[in-house]
Structure formats: C-alpha cells, structure tokens
Design a protein around this ligand. Sequence first.
Ligand code: PRP
Length: 178
Amino acid sequence: MPERPYVIDKMISAKTIAARIEELAREIEAEYKDTDKLVVVGLLRGSFVFIADLVREIDLPVEVDFLEASSYGDGMESSREVRILKDIRGQIEGRDVLLVEDIVDTGFTLEHVVHLLKSRHPRKLRTIALLDKPSRREAPIKGDWIGFEIPDEFVVGYGIDFAQRNRNLPFIGKVRFT
Ligand code: PRP
C-alpha cells in the first residue's frame, strides 16, 4: 500500500477502556459463575491487548487459547474471505467458551469463526468485541457483549493496526489523512 501521511485523533482513552472492561468483566463473571474453567479464545492479532486486560479482570478460573484469522491483509477493505491462519490448541467440546474480538466491522470474521467453533459442540459459546461498527455490518451477527459502538471511522490502537502499525497505542484513535 502506498504511504499516505496521516495523524491519529484520540477517540477512546485508555482510562475509559479500562473502566468499560471492569463493567464487562462483572457481566461475564455473572454469566459464567457456574463454569469450572472458562475457555477464553482471542482472535489474533487484533485482540491481543483486549484479551490480556479482560482476562486479568475476570475473577474466575480461565484457560486462554488463540485463533488467528485474517481477512484484511494490509488493506482497509475486507476481502470477505476469512482465512484461518492458526487454530486453537485445546478441545472445546462440552466446554464454556468466550470468543474475544477487537472489532466487528462487516461481521464476516466473527460469523466465520463462530460457525467454526460451534461445529465443535461447545456447551456454551458467547462472543465479546471491544468495538462494534453496526453501520458497516453485512453478515447477520452481533457480539453478545460490546465495549463501545463506534461510527464508521478507521480506527487504530489498543491492538488494532493500520498496515501493521499503531497496534501498541494504549488508546483507540481514528486515522485522519493529512
Ligand atoms: C480485523 C479485526 C477483526 C476483523 C473485523 O482483523 O481484527 O478480526 O478485521 O472485520 P470484519 O468484521 O469486517 O470481518 P484483520 O483481518 O485485519 O487481522 P488482524 O486482527 O490480524 O489485524
């Protein structure tokens, strides 16, 4: 992709994200209070920061696993073809699973991965996404828990990249081309 200069405007601060994660963790604890060991599956790469903060807030026994899916490559538009680049390591049949996504845009990634994990017969599968862009949805799916609904802006930070940059920002920012 050609280099286009851009600046990043802060959209959601680290403090606001942390406060929302505390609220979400309390709801997740209530939902899974009778589970022996919850399997929390992070969708790489974008969810790596969110899952790290989320599992540390959840006061329940958890097992952490990862799955890597990709549909964007380095571009800004979804290819609509979701590729599984790395599968989870553990067995989820009969288990309680929480799938963690950074952002739901068209919804194709979440739909594809939910379909895949359901085919393995977990006891209960729920999904959480830090960010949701409902105006962009094409696949008929919604996260069970959502951190923040956002407008159709190109966002980066807190795990989310633009051409593999800016994942390490501690806040969510929006890209503005200059
Ligand atoms: C991004 C993001 C979500 C997905 C959302 O992943 O992390 O997983 O796109 O888009 P969708 O709802 O339109 O499917 P990407 O393919 O860029 O991979 P990455 O997580 O490794 O950055």
